[in-house]
Design a protein around this ligand. Structure first.
Ligand code: NAP
Length: 245
């Protein structure tokens, strides 16, 4: 098993990529903290983990700093350490710049960018005291290339690349590795409203001629979280079938 006895916090683990990751990590021997705003979905992930693994649900809004601190406290009380944080929770609120409301802008910044700051800051002291830890941030091809109608989302996902590289420089000497994954188009509830025509166009543009599956990203997280990636720090791993080459 590649994550035996590792304690892993995954935000947004009630759905899509986060859920797939939680189930994969539990199979690989990790104790998984399923942190999500959606209680029903999060508890369902935990129920599936518990068939042959270990984990618990924590109701977390990543935008709330107190909740992030509480999550860390409870994880330490239960498992005594935190090996990996995956800042996976993210949302979209799409509109062209001319139509985007201040609420749409603020909401996406609050979750996708400030949420990562909150959760990373909440775990960092624990990891520094341990002298080890891994933080993985979920960026996007949209953060690398931009996308029409997603000025708020693109700003957050590009911002995460800056945060990842900065934290990799700040924390490397403390034994903490910080990396990002930049998924392409992945079939999850987040992309379920995208019209079929657009999805077909995306497949056509992708050298591998398909959309990504949640497990494609979960496997990338697994590599970065595991000891196999011991010398990987500050990287942005594109997992997009070659879409933005
Ligand atoms: P998803 O299926 O929508 O799952 C996201 C989960 O996060 C949901 O359970 C959601 O709860 C939860 N969540 C939302 N806001 C939260 C908050 N403030 N605090 C805690 N949890 C919150 O999304 P996904 O497609 O798996 O995406 C996962 C990550 O990958 C995101 O960061 C996304 O930006 C990134 N990504 C996705 C794609 C893609 O094509 N799917 C591509 C590139 C990057 P609710 O269900 O209640 O909203």
């Amino acid at each position: 098993m590649r994550l035996e006895n590792k304690v892993v916090i995954i935000t947004g683990a009630g759905s899509g990529i986060g859920k797939e990751t939680a189930l994969l990590f539990a199979k690989e021997g990790a104790k998984v903290v399923v942190a999500d705003m959606n209680e029903t979905a999060g508890e369902e992930t935990v129920a599936q983990i518990k068939t042959n693994g270990e984990g618990f649900f924590f109701k977390l809004n990543v935008s709330n700093r107190e909740q992030a601190k509480q999550m860390v406290k409870i994880t330490l009380e239960k498992y005594g350490k935190i090996d990996v944080l995956i800042n996976n929770a993210g949302i979209v609120q799409d509109a062209f710049l001319s139509k985007m409301t201040e609420e749409q802008w603020d909401k996406v910044i609050d979750v996708n960018l400030k949420g990562v700051f909150n959760c990373s800051q909440a775990v960092v002291e624990v990891m520094m005291n341990q002298g080890s830890g891994v933080i993985i941030n979920t960026s996007s091809i949209v953060g690398l290339n931009g996308n029409v109608g997603q000025v708020n989302y693109a700003a957050t996902k590009a911002g995460l690349i800056g945060m990842t590289k900065t934290l990799a420089k700040e924390l490397g000497k403390r034994g903490i590795r910080v990396n990002a994954v930049a998924p392409g188009f992945i079939a999850t509830p987040m992309t379920s409203n995208v019209p079929e025509k657009i999805l077909e166009m995306m497949k056509e543009k992708t050298p591998l001629r398909r959309l990504g599956e949640p497990k494609d990203i979960a496997n990338a997280y697994l590599y970065l979280a595991s000891d196999e990636a011991n010398f990987v720090n500050g990287a942005v791993l594109s997992v997009d079938g070659g879409l933005i080459i």
